[in-house]
Structure formats: structure tokens, C-alpha cells
Design a binder for this molecule. Structure first.
Ligand code: FES
Length: 102
């Protein structure tokens, strides 16, 4: 079952369902979240989840115990367990696909 992810600052929402990560689900919905390595090590994508819980597709995502306790997540390797509210001020909309049939 999918979960609704809400970007608190922008008010945008998208559905995320494992095995898609939060980052992948955002991209499918046309939302660009900051990312680089996409494997849980570089921390480019780190953001605060002010509500909800996730689990990770890797054993040791690059977060400290304190960051996890404070609610920070790495969307590139996180899968939503519940509805989520995340803070990602640098999020943006992906360009709409170009039509090739005109
Ligand atoms: S993109 Fe590198 S940790 Fe998420």
C-alpha cells in the first residue's frame, strides 16, 4: 500500500510505495529532490521528516544515531512505512516531458 509524502514547505504531495524509495517516488511524480550518489553515502539528499517513519534498503545509511533520532532521513535509500511529511527547501519540479508528436 502506498503512503502519501508531503513536502511541508511547498505543499506538494506524492505517493510512495516500497520497493520504490522516497526519492524515486518523488521523481515519478515530477518532483526533484536533491541527490547525488543515490546509494545512502554522500548525504546530499538528507532532509528532516517531521512526521512518519521509514526503513532503509541498505543496512547502514549515512546517518548518525542523533540524526535518526531527530528525524533526519536519506530519501535515496528510504522507503516510507507510513505517510510522511518532509522538509526539503531545495526541492523543485522536474521539467515536463517534451512532446515529440507535434
Ligand atoms: S543521494 Fe547520496 S545519500 Fe542520498
Amino acid at each position: 500500500m502506498g503512503h502519501t509524502v508531503t513536502l511541508a514547505g511547498q505543499g506538494w504531495c506524492f505517493e510512495a510505495e516500497a520497493p520504490a524509495t522516497v526519492l524515486e517516488a518523488a521523481e515519478r511524480a515530477g518532483i526533484r529532490l536533491p541527490s547525488s550518489c543515490r546509494n545512502g553515502t554522500c548525504r546530499t539528499c538528507i532532509c528532516l521528516a517531521s512526521s512518519g517513519t521509514v526503513h532503509y534498503k541498505i543496512e547502514w545509511p549515512g546517518l548518525s544515531a542523533d540524526e535518526k533520532r531527530e528525524g533526519y532521513i536519506l530519501p535515496c535509500v528510504a522507503m516510507a512505512d507510513t505517510d510522511l511529511t518532509i522538509e526539503s527547501p531545495a526541492a523543485g519540479k522536474l521539467p515536463a516531458p517534451r512532446r515529440t508528436d507535434v
